[in-house]
Write a protein that binds this ligand. Structure first.
Ligand code: NAP
Length: 434
């Protein structure tokens, strides 16, 4: 029997567990360990609540957890309840699927002012992540600025722009829905340090901005390259740029405005007691395709500033780290003896949910090459972990516990939402009677 521990129950963790379960069949047991009592990581806490079709992929992960050879152990913080060294001793391979939940910082003056937050915090807040449930973002100003030209910037702009009615059918948490309804923000500026051809926004997500009830997107015609220049773009980017061209023609006839400000590099955030304006430098594209400052400085009024500039994997003591990439140092997923990584912890924060599937299968194949199926039980595996947690008084949650929590969330659903998420440890454990 072989024993594997996957740390993290997001997409990367589940696809890897699925691949290991298929590869080893009944000759392996796989534990998926998460520090939160509930599974799914990015699916539950990162994917936008109004994108339920993307969240539905969790049903596939349920099948993995219910397959007989895979266990879910929530409420187990690696580094606190159990160390990596202990896990490496207990299991034939330990796979870090810890994602990239930390915001990258802008590194500009004023970043610490109230009103300045990172997308991980804001997204976690509206998705009911316990670390951010009390974020209380400042929605009482007239203007917000969103830094970054990726899909997360689009999610954030859309969430700030929707009415309560437009969230029908989503699983946005009630505290966020109420706060957003009371928001006075009317102008949202999406700030990109490069131009329309360099955006990292998917066409479907960008197109959604053109169909909002009370907000209208706007692009300056002068920021767009001549239409013929779009011919060299990848088809996906070309479609996205076509949306930007439509936005340049859109009628400004709704009360909220989403303005795209391209070629603007943030250099400072200013304000007395809180953020009042984002200071940017006008840029141009350099020969290498990167942004180059022109020396022209101007201010974008904003009381709420949300940076959506990418994420980092949190360090784990003793695990080699790639500083530049913001992820674990690894070679094809291998970190060191018996220790692997997958997903964003391996590659950095890029790609879609589905990108994690081939990634997980590739690392599982590498593990299968290094750890042949065995009939002996050399490693203690899950039984060893259970004993260790019991000795420490740590009570792990099981997949059945998750089902109990899920049922409680569904029972508490609002009229227009499929569930009302529980957002902190105390509520989760209360439902379980722990
Ligand atoms: P991203 O796609 O890497 O975009 C980050 C953006 O931030 C880029 O426009 C980048 O500009 C900009 N940026 C980085 N550092 C900056 C700085 N110091 N100052 C100003 N701008 C800066 O990251 P993301 O939006 O966080 O998304 C992460 C991944 O999740 C992506 O693969 C994304 O597609 C995916 N995602 C998908 C969906 C969906 O499919 N619905 C939703 C959300 C996220 P440069 O290009 O100039 O570096």
């Amino acid at each position: 029997m072989r024993h594997f521990a996957v740390i993290g129950s997001g997409p990367a963790g589940f696809y890897t567990a699925e691949a290991l379960a298929k590869t080893y069949g009944d000759s392996a047991r796989i534990d998926i360990i998460d520090k939160l009592p509930v599974p799914y990581g990015l699916i539950r806490f990162g994917v936008a609540p109004d994108h339920q079709s993307i969240k539905a992929v969790a049903r596939r992960y349920d099948k993995v957890a219910e397959g007989g050879t895979v266990r879910f152990l929530g409420n187990v913080a690696v580094g606190e309840a159990v160390s990596i060294d202990q896990l490496v001793d207990l299991y034939d391979a330990v796979i870090l699927a810890t994602g990239a939940p930390n915001d990258r910082t802008l590194g500009i003056p004023g970043e610490d002012l109230p009103g300045v937050i990172g997308s991980a915090a804001f997204v976690g807040w509206y998705n009911g992540h316990p670390d951010f449930a009390a974020l209380d973002p400042l929605l009482d100003g007239e203007a917000a600025a969103i830094i970054g030209n990726g899909n997360v910037a689009l999610d954030v702009a859309r969430i700030l722009s929707k009415t309560r009615a437009e969230f029908a059918g989503s699983d946005i948490v009630a505290h966020a829905l109420d706060a957003l309804e009371g928001s006075t923000i009317r102008t949202i500026t999406i700030v990109g340090r490069r131009g329309p051809h360099q955006i990292a926004m998917s066409p479907k997500e960008l197109g959604e901005l053109g169909h909002l009830d009370v907000a209208v997107p706007h692009v300056e015609l002068s920021d767009l390259p001549v239409a013929e220049a779009d011919a060299v773009l990848d088809p996906g980017v070309r479609k996205s740029v076509a949306h930007l061209r439509d936005f340049a023609k859109a009628r400004d006839d709704k009360p909220k405005h989403i303005k795209f400000d391209f070629f603007a590099r943030p250099v400072a955030i200013e304000g007395e007691e809180r953020a009042e304006r984002l200071i940017v430098e006008r840029t141009a594209l350099g020969d290498d395709g990167q942004s180059v400052g022109t020396g022209e400085i101007y201010a974008i009024p904003a009381n709420l500033i949300i940076s959506c500039i990418g994420y980092q994997t949190p360090r784990i003591e003793g695990v080699p780290y790639d500083e530049r990439g913001g992820r674990f140092a690894n070679d094809g997923g291998l970190i060191g003896d018996g220790l692997y990584c997958v997903g964003w912890a391996r590659r950095g924060p890029s790609g879609t949910i589905g990108t994690n599937r081939p990634d997980g299968y590739e690392v599982a194949a590498a593990i299968a090459g290094a750890v042949p199926a065995s009939e002996t039980n050399d490693k203690a595996g899950g039984a060893g972990l259970d004993a260790l947690l019991a000795a420490k008084g740590v009570r792990a949650t099981s997949f059945d516990d998750w089902r109990t929590i899920e049922a409680a969330e569904i029972a508490a659903a609002r009229a227009d939402a499929p569930r009302e998420k529980l957002v902190n440890h105390a509520d989760w454990l209360k439902v379980l009677g722990h």
